[in-house]
Design a protein around this ligand. Structure first.
Ligand code: ATP
Length: 357
């Protein structure tokens, strides 16, 4: 996977009684776009602030390009941070904002001008060089904040919910722009968000955090298709989490009964112990049939709700025990079911994941 840009080893952080980051290990590669994703309060920002140097861990190591920086201040680290609120100086122009850090370091005026212009070109904001922050939209201010952060070419850029204040349409546009910029510059990005769609679209890898720990770290497609825990399955996208009973663990296969019907599943990476398990199946992976094939393991239920979403119908099927399954059905599907129909539900074994209860 290449060279490491950042390594966190056994990092702990407490605020008073609260243990916020727990024994965290994390490796981020050079040129990688890594996202810390998780619900509000799970410790994403605290982790990012420790990498930046605004907070210090109680224990553990933070290695930046191979050397331990755990005790050193932010300005001694080869990282820069982009915040959600942009943190631009209101009384300075765009150029002055971007050049300020270099001015403090005594860089010559010509060199500052050259590098400011280059950074502005990168974010397509050359025309705004003389504006003040309040004379620009949120998206424009965010581009300036990014320009300011990349102007001294840090090896790592930390971004804390940088698009959180923008409306949905602009946010989508900026997601593509930021990703393209990251690829062009080859800078390592560590990006914090609680928006799973944003994480899935932009990242090379996602670290899903919960309660101060990383539950799973992998590519967006593995995180989506092969969640390792119930929390990850539930947090990322929509899924059906069906309660089941583990009847037999046969090495590569698991026999699980759901609603009294015995199913065989592929054994994934997730460790499953105990009798109570949950099966995660995405709505688009479930097929609805009007008739059952002989010997085919399937669940029987009745369509109790159907909503048109645009590109598909969201169909809710209620099983005899009252458990519900959500199915994404395209109207063009051969066996289209309607409200009130009795139906049979099947899926490909490899598309379902058995998780510990
Ligand atoms: P969000 O998405 O809401 O920003 P987060 O995952 O980034 O959430 P953190 O900002 O890391 O979460 O905060 C984790 C917990 O630590 C929260 O409960 C927060 O109140 C607490 N916390 C953060 N900073 C401090 C501090 N300086 N003093 C005390 N508690 C803090």
């Amino acid at each position: 996977m290449g060279e490491l840009a950042i390594r966190l080893e056994g990092v702990n952080k407490r605020f008073g009684e609260n243990h916020i980051v727990k024994d965290l290990d994390l490796e981020v590669y050079r040129g990688e776009f890594l996202t810390l994703l998780g619900p509000s309060g799970c410790g994403k920002t605290t982790t990012l602030r420790m990498i930046a140097g605004f907070e210090h861990p109680d224990s553990g190591m933070i290695l930046l390009n191979g050397s331990n920086v755990a005790g050193s201040p932010p300005n001694k680290r080869d990282v820069n941070t982009v915040f959600q609120n942009y943190a631009l100086f209101p009384h300075m122009t765009v150029s002055q904002n971007i050049g300020y850090g270099m001015k403090l370091k005594g860089v010559s005026a010509d060199e500052i001008k050259r590098r400011v212009n280059e950074a502005l070109r990168m974010v397509q904001m050359e025309a705004f060089a003389d504006r003040k922050p309040r004379q620009m939209s949120g998206g424009q201010q965010q581009r300036v904040a990014v320009a300011r952060a990349i102007v001294n070419k840090p090896t790592v850029l930390l971004l804390d919910e940088p698009l959180g204040a923008l409306d949905l349409k602009l946010r989508k546009q900026m997601q593509f722009e930021l990703k393209a910029l990251q690829q062009k510059l080859g800078i390592t990005f560590i990006y914090v968000t609680h928006d799973q769609e944003e994480a899935l679209t932009m990242s090379d890898r996602i670290a899903v955090m919960n309660n101060g720990q990383i539950e799973q770290i992998d590519s967006p497609s593995v995180i989506y298709n092969r969640p390792a825990t119930r929390f990850v399955a539930d947090f990322i996208g929509e899924t059906n989490l069906l309660h089941g009973t583990l009847d037999a663990n046969l090495g590569k296969e698991l026999k699980v009964s759901i609603e009294g019907v015995s199913f065989t599943f592929e054994k994934g990476e997730a460790s499953v112990t105990g009798r109570d398990v949950f099966i995660s199946i995405r709505p688009e992976q479930v097929s609805i049939k009007r008739q059952r094939a002989e010997d085919e393991a399937c669940l029987v239920g009745r369509v109790t709700e159907q909503v048109f979403i645009g590109s598909f119908y969201k169909t809710v099927v209620t099983l005899p025990t009252g458990m519900e399954m959500v199915v994404a059905q395209s109207a063009a599907q051969g066996e289209f079911a309607h409200q009130g129909d009795e139906v049979y539900l099947t899926w490909e074994n490899s598309k379902a994941v058995v998780l510990a209860g």
